[in-house]
Ligand binder design. Structure first.
Ligand code: URP
Ligand code: ZN
Ligand code: ZN
Length: 459
């Protein structure tokens, strides 16, 4: 059965026009005026609405054993939440720990997703150690269609790599045409500062930010950039949160280092006072890098508007209240992470486009197109064009609502954005030509989501 979306205003990263879109099977086959379609075609009237390319979240955690527990979502709950919020593809961090076998980890992460996801997905493959065996396995994983790595400069002895391992990973990445995404915080400094604060009796969640100050993130970012510069590899800083880290990345960009920047939606809208509310209310807002001083919001919005920040993801990583309470006696044991997969697009649209801080094309670029280009998905994903997958979001800019745990699909007992107003929402979302959200209601098909295999990029 075909799909015809009529009378919408198509908005991509670089164009805006009124036209109809016809998809035959999974692919867009025609874009034009007054398109007619064969009997049996599903026709959607998009009058008064925008039609965006399906949004891409470049940084999510679905299956994640971490900090003595597991992130709460499954691919079933996570992908449903993603689609309700207009995200039709996500890139999950495949994160076996240092003590796990890398290839076995990759197979395990794949098995968790297969047959369970409502939307398309792929992985960034974490390199949690580097030795001869792992190198061979990474080559196999890249050949299987995973053309991006992830390294953590933090979380020593768990996911984290040392400088030697980072160097070897970047050399391999350069050889294979793989982009390396990196969590940039200095592990040694975080560990020392945590111990110092705990020994002073500073055990509450409000001490999480002081244990990983902005300078610690700036150092990690600068060091990652220096390693890129000396290996020729292409890098992508994940969840950049503050001005000193942005300055470090921009300094590297300006001397020609191929480095891209992601920030995540919590850092644009929440600040460290949320983690100073006391008790479990504060623990809900513990993530790394931590929520920062509010003065960083304008810095991030401006950098995003100017295209210095390339993408906006979520770092979606839900832990419920009971899990957060694992850290009731020491902030170092609070599972790090916050959910946002369902709300990213609406929040970015509302507080960016609708409230006048972000051009609508830059919005599409940052939430979809740029990630598709950086991670080998473009033009299959990230745009609306003949030949592209029919992942489409019919977006209602007249909708007014409020974010609440009561209406969310994420598997968690709180929403960090509770009470935030939204000025729009997806009314129809399609996954490769099939409707998954209709009139804001979920109608998706479990298992429709496929693993997206990607070619190396050789930037
Ligand atoms: O706090 C966070 N970010 N949790 C998930 C793991 C990571 O660092 O991305
Ligand atoms: Zn991280
Ligand atoms: Zn993450």
């Amino acid at each position: 059965m075909g799909l015809l979306i009529k009378n919408g205003e198509i908005i991509t990263a670089d164009s805006r026009y009124k036209a109809d879109i016809y998809a035959e099977g999974e692919t867009i086959t025609r874009i034009g005026q007054n398109l007619e379609a064969p009997p049996g075609t599903e026709v959607i009237d998009a009058t008064g609405k925008y039609v965006f390319p399906g949004f891409i979240d470049p940084h999510v955690h679905i299956y994640l054993p971490f900090m003595a527990t597991f992130a709460k979502d499954t691919h079933e709950t996570g992908s449903k939440a993603a689609l309700m919020g207009g995200t039709t593809t996500y890139i999950e961090m495949c994160c076996p720990s240092r003590n796990d076998d890398t290839l076995e980890g990759y197979q395990l992460w794949k098995s968790k997703a297969e047959g369970n996801s409502y939307c398309d997905y792929t992985f960034h493959m974490a390199v949690s150690k580097f030795d001869e065996k792992t190198e061979g396995q990474l080559r196999e994983i890249v050949a299987d269609g995973i053309s991006s790595f992830k390294i953590f400069l933090s979380y020593k002895n768990f996911f984290g790599v040392d400088d030697g391992e980072m160097y070897q990973t970047l050399r391999l990445a350069k050889e294979l045409g793989v982009i390396v995404t990196a969590h940039c915080e200095n592990a040694e400094l975080v560990g020392q500062l945590q111990q110092k604060l705990l020994s002073e009796g500073k055990t509450g969640p409000e001490w999480h930010e002081p244990s990983r100050p902005e300078s610690v993130e700036a150092e990690g970012t600068a060091r990652f950039a220096t390693f890129l510069e000396n290996t020729g590899a292409t890098g992508y800083v994940v969840h950049l949160s503050c001005k000193p880290a942005l300055d470090a990345a921009m300094a590297a960009k300006s001397r020609g280092v191929p480095i891209y920047i992601e920030s995540v939606i919590p850092h644009f809208l929440l600040d460290k006072t949320y983690a100073e509310r006391g008790g479990v209310e504060a623990m809900k807002y513990i993530m790394s890098p931590p929520l920062r001083d509010k003065r960083n919001h304008k810095v991030l919005w401006d950098a995003l508007a100017q295209g210095f920040i390339d993408t906006v993801g979520t770092d979606h990583c839900p832990f419920d209240t009971e899990q957060k309470l694992l850290g009731k006696d020491a902030f170092t044991a609070i599972p790090n992470g916050i959910p946002a997969i369902e709300d990213r697009v609406n929040l970015l649209y509302t507080y960016g486009v609708s409230r006048g801080h972000l051009d609508i094309h830059r919005f599409v670029d940052a939430a979809s197109t740029k990630a598709a280009k950086l991670f080998g998905l473009f033009p299959r994903k990230g745009t609306i064009a003949v030949g592209s997958d029919a992942d489409l979001v019919v977006y209602d800019p007249q909708y007014r609502g409020t974010i609440s745990v009561k209406t969310q699909h994420v598997n968690n007992d709180y929403n960090g954005f509770e009470g935030f107003e939204i000025d729009g929402r997806p009314s129809v979302v399609t996954v490769r030509g099939k409707v998954a959200v209709r009139d804001g209601q979920f109608v998706g098909e479990k298992g429709r989501g496929k693993l997206l295999r990607r070619e190396p990029m050789y930037f």
